[in-house]
Write a protein that binds this ligand. Structure first.
Ligand code: ARG
Length: 401
């Protein structure tokens, strides 16, 4: 009997060629797995047909949008995770989810291997393979694109020669990865970091024409976004709605040079309207609701969380421990944040309120309502500065005066 492999199948050129190659060259029965993670305009029936035509013995399609938001996006949002201070980990968050489904499907089909369509130059191969090792250290992982050594032209030729039903042509220049947390665009002219991204690369933030400005109130409960303008909705719907709302004004683009795990600096363009808006709102609400020491410690750990996820270590003891810490801080991150988007790329928080917030008007005000004890401040400041005063007297030019 032939060995089975479960391939993460997107329906694109590389993974279609991979189905054929794994079958003909490697002698596997290929099970193609496609997940709905909220990528726009995807026809899963067509994807299924393409996989079968390329030679897959079975195709598994699953709606993973809720799992994506609940299990991956939310813990990342609670950590305000932005890799290198900018990138909300769009692709890095979907990879562990895909890995979990690959391993689950491999068990269901008694497959001995899983496979992915990543090249040897990117982060995604690391995320797939380290993730697979974490969930099943005994499974084989195959990376056809890394093994077969074909250029993009070669794979197009391979597809044509073997009558594989792919739609890619030579002028499909961009490599795009998307889910509801955002869209990553690479290749083509974008590989010149000096060149401005042409407007054709954008879709989530395609500006709707006018000088559009929108105001929204985002409601959070214990760190979880729950409502927009008072209307409660699921996290999937809320993210989709914000993508349209903030993205429609032109908010959410990121253009950066990024440090890949494999040592390459790459120029990356992203569109992440909802991810950036929710991160800004969540950070703002935390500033109001988290006690100072907790807030400062959290701010220190957030970049560590982002690095781990970026590096493919979602399934790792440190990521889990950090998530446990992050979750424990969210108990009182409840309240509302007002934001304004547009015109164009502008997006900002313009107000916030919380019944459990630590902002106390009577303590903060300079008006008559002031309840702060100014007398107490005098002794506090003297003692706080005592060490500095001693240093100045003994060890600076003020010495001996
Ligand atoms: N550089 C980004 C990351 O590592 C985006 C990767 C996009 N993947 C792709 N196959 N186009 O997360």
């Amino acid at each position: 009997m032939k060995q089975k492999v479960v391939l993460a199948y997107s329906g694109g050129l590389d993974t279609s060629v991979a189905v054929h190659w794994l079958t003909k060259v490697k002698g596997y029965d290929v099970i193609a797995l496609s997940l709905d993670v909220g990528q726009a305009d995807t026809d899963f029936e067509a994807i299924k047909e393409r996989a079968l035509q390329a030679g897959a013995v079975d195709v598994v399609i699953e709606d993973a949008k809720e799992e994506m938001t609940g299990e991956y996006v939310l813990p990342s949002l609670m950590s305000n995770a932005l890799y290198e201070g900018k990138y909300p980990l769009v692709s890095a968050l979907s990879r562990p989810l895909i890995v979990a489904h690959l391993i689950k499907t491999a068990k269901e089909f008694s497959a001995s291997a899983v496979a992915h369509g990543c090249t040897g130059k990117g982060n995604d191969q690391v995320r797939f393979e380290v993730g697979a090792l974490a969930l099943d250290p005994y499974i084989d992982v195959i990376a056809p694109v890394r093994e077969w050594n074909m250029t993009r032209e070669d794979s197009i030729k391979y597809a044509q020669e073997n009558e594989l039903p792919v739609t890619a042509t030579k002028d499909r220049i961009y490599s795009i990865d998307e889910n509801l947390w955002g869209r990553a665009i690479e290749c083509g002219i974008l590989e010149d970091p000096w060149a401005e991204p042409p407007s054709e690369v954008f879709s989530y933030t395609a500006i709707d024409g006018s000088e559009s400005v929108k105001e929204v109130v985002i409601g959070f409960e214990q760190g979880v976004p729950k409502s927009i303008n008072g209307k409660e909705m699921t996290l999937v719907d809320l993210i989709n709605e914000l993508n349209v709302l903030a993205g429609g004004c032109g908010f959410g683009r990121i253009d950066m040079v990024e440090s890949r795990r494999v040592g390459i600096k790459s120029r990356e363009v992203y569109e992440c309207p909802a991810a950036l808006a929710l991160t800004m709102a969540h950070q703002d609400l935390e500033a109001m609701t988290l006690e100072r020491d907790v807030l400062h410690e959290k701010l220190r750990l957030e970049p560590r969380f982002a690095d781990l996820v970026y590096d493919g270590l979602w399934f790792s003891p440190l990521r889990e421990a950090l998530s446990a810490f992050m979750s424990s801080t969210q108990k009182y991150v409840t309240g509302e944040v007002r934001m304004r988007f547009g015109p164009g790329p502008i997006g900002k928080v313009i107000g916030r309120r919380s019944d459990v917030g630590l902002y106390d008007y009577n303590l903060a005000t300079y008006d008559e309502a002031d309840s702060f004890n100014h007398e107490d401040a005098k002794g506090f400041v003297r003692i706080f500065g005592l060490g500095i005063a001693t240093w100045a007297k003994r060890q600076t030019a003020a010495k001996g005066k």
